[in-house]
Design a binder for this molecule. Structure first.
Ligand code: GDP
Length: 328
């Protein structure tokens, strides 16, 4: 993890009791690191101790720990592979978790609830940079309806709780994340995790690489540490139930991503485009004007720099294990 050298410590977090769901997951662990630096008391229930799909267990955890703030970052999700195969499981698991966690937070008088949503909740017909005012302008893209939809329900829950109980929740919409501790297996990973693994392994074995789709789709990639910074800042500075985008505002085609990976790894073998695999939504980028104005912040890690760090982490932590596994 990097040293805490960027965001000023305002003292906001000192002695606050903060519960982070998914605190040992990909994004959650980066949020936890940041908050630890700031002197918060962290509560990070693990799946084996507290089943968030069970309301009784969830409420017990809240009653025992009495958090002041909650980050709901736990989610059952992944890239196109899993979202196309398991929409039912994605719906059921996430619906139970978010409903239970927010209700337990309300019953135990949590002061602020930070719901980590997703850019997949935006309507599928949008092609330009997606603004928060577009959030309700149409149906979701078919490839992510269950995941984007179930996260959107969390926003409905927050609005309903605000109206009826005065509950204080914010709803954040991060774009596609990547970085250390991401999923790198072919089934669960998003495109960056999947391609970092494929390219590193092919490079090590001097093989060609197969990439899904046409290369034309556009995605916005946010380095996970930056996302954690944005989310923690939003928890301090944003106080409205309406959604807030968290992203770079920079769109990159999958083809460009592949070029950047080839450049970083000095990869000279063939890249084969497998058009039988889905492209998903053709463009997904965020308008970050509201984020800049509200948080007075923009992410600092450019894609090439972030890819370098992710590749280095992958090579140090996972490459050897996965190449040995495949060779066996
Ligand atoms: P999405 O942002 O929800 O569509 O999810 P992904 O990150 O899984 O996919 C983004 C884009 O990357 C899609 O156009 C995929 O076709 C493309 N892509 C190319 N190669 C891969 C791969 O190996 N795995 C994944 N998940 N996506 C890939």
């Amino acid at each position: 993890m990097r040293p805490n050298d960027f965001l000023p410590n305002t003292g906001f977090w000192k002695n606050k009791r903060v519960l982070v769901t998914g605190g040992s997951g990909f994004l959650g662990r980066h949020i936890v690191e940041r908050l630890k630096d700031y002197g918060a008391t962290l509560i990070t229930p693990r799946r084996t101790e507290t089943n968030l799909s069970d309301f009784g267990a969830t409420l017990k955890c809240f009653l025992e720990n009495r958090p002041d703030l909650v980050f709901h970052s736990a989610a059952y999700y992944g890239g196109l592979g899993i979202t196309l195969k398991e929409p039912g499981t994605i719906y059921f698991n996430n619906m139970l978790m978010s409903t239970n966690v927010m209700e337990a937070a309300r019953l135990t008088q949590v002061k602020k609830f930070i719901a980590v949503g997703t850019a997949c909740s935006y309507p599928g017909h949008l092609t330009g940079a997606m603004k928060e005012s577009d959030f309700w302008s149409g149906p979701l893209h078919d490839s992510v309806t269950a995941y984007g939809g179930v996260k959107k329900m969390m926003h409905i829950q927050a609005m309903a709780y605000k109206k009826q109980y005065g509950f204080n929740a914010i709803h954040l919409l991060p774009t596609n994340l990547y970085g250390p501790y991401d999923a790198f297996d072919a089934y669960r990973s998003h495109v960056v995790g999947a391609l970092v693994a494929k390219f590193c392994e092919a490079h090590a074995r001097n093989e060609d690489v197969m990439v899904w789709g046409t290369g034309a789709p556009i995605r916005e990639f946010l380095y996970v540490d930056d996302c954690a910074d944005g989310i923690v800042l939003a928890a301090e500075r944003y106080n409205d139930v309406s959604p807030l985008n968290i992203g770079t505002g920079v769109g990159t085609t999958i083809r460009q991503l592949v070029e950047d990976l080839c450049h970083t790894l000095n990869f000279k073998n063939k890249v084969i485009w497998d058009a039988s695999k889905p492209d998903g939504q053709m463009a997904k980028t965020l308008d970050i004007a509201k984020m800049k104005a509200t948080l007075d912040w923009v992410p600092r890690t450019g894609l090439r720099d972030g890819l370098k760090k992710t590749i280095a982490w992958y090579q140090e932590n996972l490459l050897q294990a996965s190449t040995l596994r495949q060779a066996a």
